[in-house]
Design a protein around this ligand. Sequence first.
Ligand code: ATR
Length: 264
Amino acid sequence: MPGLAVIGHPVAHSRSPDMQTAALSDLGLAGEWTYGAIDVSPEDFEATIAELSAAGEYAGVNITVPHKEAAVAMADEATESARAIGAANTLTFRDGLIVADNTDAGGLLRSLPYLPDGERALVLGAGGAARAAIWALADAGVKVDVWNRTRSKGEELAAHFKVGFMEHPNPADYALIVNTTAVGLGGEDAFAHLPLTADSFVPGQVVLDMVYTEEPSALLAAAAAAGATTVDGLEMLVQQGALSMRIWTGEEPSIEAMRTAVRR
Ligand code: ATR
């Protein structure tokens, strides 16, 4: 009975178990496969993963905050995306080896209504989520600019990925705007902290806010009102999860079943 789980700290509020269990059910694998949640502290992370891999009961795990960097560092093998991003959200236990992958990158691309290759994208933030977004978009041929509150960190990241840095971006210049910062999650005014105003958005633009809240974020509400296409963090969660499920089971899960479970 192959086990799967999400590993994080904390992890109790993760939507992955419900979402991935729905994916397994829809594939007809729910009797055979299980998907749970395991809370593991940073001190215990490596030992826990090594045990899960050695015990042979688990096929793989999703990795979330704060373990994504440690996951790629301890893996025996890593995909090009996981190495380049420096973080893994998916581990697969295969023939005694721990294989790291990063499906946040592919999940982000799949959550977009179209791929703006050759067009410009603005990525807000310079943390782990920004690294995945920048790498995914740049690798797909999108012209990326980074903005970050702490300029030095943004410039460093932009130089690392050989993309642009903008201290004062003009939002209307971009086909795609991606917010990877947690601004808005705690109820603060996103427009007070980001280089955007409620009338920054233009029709035809795509705006992705990785923050996921029950209601659409203020950012996405303003973008939608301006005629932009909006994508929220739950859609990205679904898409990265579907790619992980495909890696472990070799099958394509139902996006619809996963969306329903995640928004329940
Ligand atoms: P994650 O791994 O989820 O991306 P992180 O590594 O902690 O999280 O990165 C958080 C990002 O959100 C950073 O870009 C941070 O900006 P700084 O580099 O200036 O700290 C950004 N961020 C967090 N709170 C913010 C705020 N109130 N206003 C603007 N940016 C903020």
